[in-house]
Design a protein around this ligand. Structure first.
Ligand code: ATP
Length: 354
């Protein structure tokens, strides 16, 4: 047996306790088959942690994450928390902020070309994750959204050169590992200072990557291009809000939100987190689609393989992707994809394919 990787496991709310264990089981088998030992460290998080520890992101969880580079985070349903918790940062945001997970990497690739609206789609959205127009990300103290009167609401957006360059560097580095193209998405014709700064910072970084082809689009035009010719794009780098919206669009073009994977990372830590939410409407029924969570966990292993140079981790990640593709091609599908398979049946099909 080779090295041991240590991975935190935070089940979260809604369908989290159904899809996270499925992802862990699949990753455990893939790691074992590639001769990599793994220690899974379960940590309290979300509504269950409010019950047991009085807070959704307990200090013991954060202390444990301080010592870890990798973890799998289930979705949280903060809207359902008791009133006193709702005005606070969501537990996901607490974690993202604490570890400065500035890059949200969201691939969109058709898993089932026959059913995808954009069968040729194979792109990676590099979404800036630490600032922009999101109220939880742009103030040291207080909220970036406020109401001077009950009938007037204001939101502050923050774009900095440093954060824009940081995500651009990530995007260009990924482009080199992929098809060598980056599209910068902004709205610099209207939001000239903020998204103009974002665009300029990305173009500055582009000079260090002369081998990567660069293009730029306004976000509204980009939405149209994605619908019409998604297959033309490789890596898309954009600010936070645009990235959030475009990645849901790309996910649906590729299949469904239930299949959309993502990781949030810094240079030293990465967190697997499905792009979808806690889906409280179907929680506890055993019908949730675990693809996004399984695929996010595979991304986590690939990220660590890339960082450590350990090819066995890359192989484990690739084997999960292949097993997912095999299960889908064999017609095993959960309800959201028009099938009848339960979460457990689908996960078993992936395990069998490994
Ligand atoms: P959030 O704001 O936390 O991202 P949301 O309100 O956008 O959450 P989701 O929780 O993602 O919404 O759910 C949107 C819809 O998609 C719901 O009908 C839900 O059942 C469905 N859905 C989301 N994830 C899955 C999944 N993994 N499997 C099946 N259906 C899902």
């Amino acid at each position: 047996m080779g090295d041991i990787v240590r991975i935190g496991v935070l089940h979260g709310d809604g369908i989290g306790p159904e899809i996270v264990p499925a992802a862990v089981e699949v990753a455990a088998k893939a790691l074992q088959r590639n001769d990599i030992g793994v220690e899974w460290i379960e940590l309290p998080f979300g509504a269950a942690a409010i019950d047991s520890h009085g807070t959704a992101a307990p200090s013991e969880t954060l202390a444990a994450l301080d010592e870890l580079d990798l973890w799998v985070l289930g979705p949280h349903d903060s809207a359902s928390y008791p009133t006193e918790f709702r005005g606070q940062l969501t537990p996901g945001a607490v974690i993202r902020k604490r570890y400065n997970l500035f890059a949200n990497l969201r691939p969109a690739k058709a898993l089932d070309a026959a059913r995808a609206m954009a069968p040729g789609i194979d792109l990676l959205i590099a979404r800036e994750n630490s600032e922009g127009l999101y109220a939880d990300r742009n103030m040291a103290v207080g909220s970036g959204e406020f109401m001077p009167t009950p009938d007037v609401a204001l939101a502050v957006g923050v774009i900095t050169r440093a954060a824009s360059e940081r995500i651009a560097r990530e995007a260009f580095t990924w482009a080199r590992r992929r098809r060598g193209k980056v599209t910068i998405v902004h709205k610099a014709n209207v939001l000239t200072m903020t998204t103009g700064l974002f665009r300029d910072a990305c173009l500055d970084v582009a000079r260090d990557f002369p081998d990567v082809e660069v293009s730029q689009e306004h976000v509204d035009a980009m939405a149209a291009h994605l619908v019409r010719r998604a297959a033309d794009f490789d890596v898309v780098v954009t600010e936070n809000l645009f990235g959030d919206i475009l990645s849901d669009l790309a996910a649906e073009l590729a299949g469904s939100l239930g299949t959309a994977a993502s990781i949030n990372c810094s240079a030293t830590k990465a967190m697997a987190q499905a792009a979808h939410g806690a889906a409280p409407d179907i929680a506890g029924q055993g019908s949730a689609n675990p693809i996004a969570m399984i695929s996010s966990t595979a991304m986590l292993l690939a990220w660590q393989g890339q960082r450590s140079g350990d090819e066995r981790l890359a192989a484990a990640a690739a084997s999960i992707d292949s097993a997912l593709a095999r299960a889908i091609t064999a017609g095993v599908a959960t309800r959201d994809l028009g099938g009848t398979a339960s979460t457990a049946t689908f996960a078993q099909a992936v395990l069998d394919g490994l």
